[in-house]
Design a protein around this ligand. Structure first.
Ligand code: 18C
Length: 254
């Protein structure tokens, strides 16, 4: 009868949804695991492989030159240590779409499309145009997670992964689509004072950022590398400055 047929199709839809959820969850877990595993490796890799493109105080930005089919896909990594903020705060601001445009000035807009869970959502991001190249956009999920330290002595970690995906809501035909796998991993280092009263003066955050980006389409390698060399350090300085300003304000208001 008709009711049974409806129920049958609903059951199929439900199990397909479950399957999709499971695939996404597995993929997220795998990526988180890989980023954490690569962290040590990436941090300790020799400078013969990585070229330093910016250094300012504790901030260091490195790239490895790589082209695939004539497109620059240079992997990029950066390390920074910032006093007075926690790993949770830094990762939260990197993940929170409500404040994304406050610090990411390379974006024209950023719109949440779908929430998969309370720690994971998909967004559509339109990147500012670099004239005369075509304008780019990116659709990616953003996931935030708290992870224990490797041993009881090691500080715990916060990680955010931004990873490209497709969305039926945003057809890939208006802009050139950027594909990316970006991660930010943070650890709070506490140096307890003698009186045991921990304040912001006693904490610092060790930040590790990696970006594997395929800009899509075609753009002259030299121009692209020049844009990256200027924009990545600028982003990291602006982003950590944003964290400091926001948290100083929060403390003052408390
Ligand atoms: O990780 C960052 N931001 C995250 C959340 O916002 C997220 C976003 C990543 C988008 C990365 C996009 C890089 C694509 C670049 C392609 C541009 C092609 C231009 C062609 C040039 C010939 O993970 C921070 C990302 C910081 C990225 C820095 C480099 C990006 C360059 C983008 C160009 C736009 C320049 C606009 C200039 C604005 C000046 C005020």
């Amino acid at each position: 009868c008709a009711i049974k047929e409806d129920e049958f199709y609903d059951a199929i839809d439900a199990s397909l949804d479950k399957l999709e959820e499971k695939v996404d969850e597995e993929k997220i877990n795998k990526l988180v695991e890989t980023h954490l595993k690569n962290l040590e490796h990436r941090n300790n890799e020799g400078h013969d492989l990585w070229q330093c493109i910016a250094e300012e105080g504790d901030l260091k930005v490195y790239k490895r030159e790589l082209e695939v089919d004539g497109v620059v896909v240079d992997p990029l990594k950066a390390c920074h240590t910032v006093k007075g903020i926690t790993g949770h705060e830094v990762c939260h601001y990197f993940w929170d779409i409500d404040v994304r445009l406050d610090w990411d000035v390379t974006l024209e807009s950023s719109q949440a499309l779908e929430w998969w869970s309370e720690d994971t959502f998909i967004s559509h991001n339109i990147i500012k145009r670099v004239w005369p190249a075509s304008q780019r956009d990116a659709v990616f999920w953003s996931h935030i997670r708290h992870v224990d330290g490797e041993t009881d002595e090691d500080p715990d970690r916060w990680i955010v992964v931004n990873y490209s995906t497709d969305s039926e809501q945003i057809p890939n035909n208006k802009y050139v689509r950027v594909i990316m796998n970006v991660a930010m991993i943070c650890q709070t280092i506490i140096e307890p004072p003698e009186d045991g009263n921990i304040t912001r003066d006693n904490i610092k955050c060790k930040i590790s950022y990696t970006a594997d980006v395929n800009p899509g389409g075609w753009a002259p390698a030299s121009v692209l590398r020049a844009v990256y060399k200027r924009e990545y350090p600028r982003f990291l300085k602006r982003f950590t400055g944003y964290n400091m300003d926001t948290n100083t304000k929060t403390l003052q208001n408390e």
